[in-house]
Design a protein around this ligand. Sequence first.
Ligand code: ZN
Length: 132
Amino acid sequence: MSRPCPCASKKSYDHCCGPFHAGTALPATAELLMRSRYAAYAMAKVDYLINTRPEAVRAGENREELKEYCKSVVCVGLKIVAKEKGGKDDDTGVVTFHASLQAQGRRSLHIETSTFARDQGKWVYVDGVVKH
Ligand SMILES: [Zn+2]
């Protein structure tokens, strides 16, 4: 018995992003990393959010700010709308997604095209362009 994963995969958390958050498995593709980061936002797993950034920018992440942000939004849903590379044999990947968020009672749609790369073999989130 397990709860559904917040990344909207319709799988149980324990068979989806749970092992990534626990550090017992690594996401094999950029999309899986993206989903697991979304789930980490939903669950306020700040360490995971920081550890999935490139090593060079990790120190600049603000734990408190991230935590406040996670607490201030409800992650309602996620839809992957496009992806490029990011597969098992790629070193870079681009994923475009729609994340439905709710903050202070208001729903909003966060549309972002994220760039991912491998950092010492591991997928990390490099940056993203948000569409307004
Ligand atoms: Zn998941």
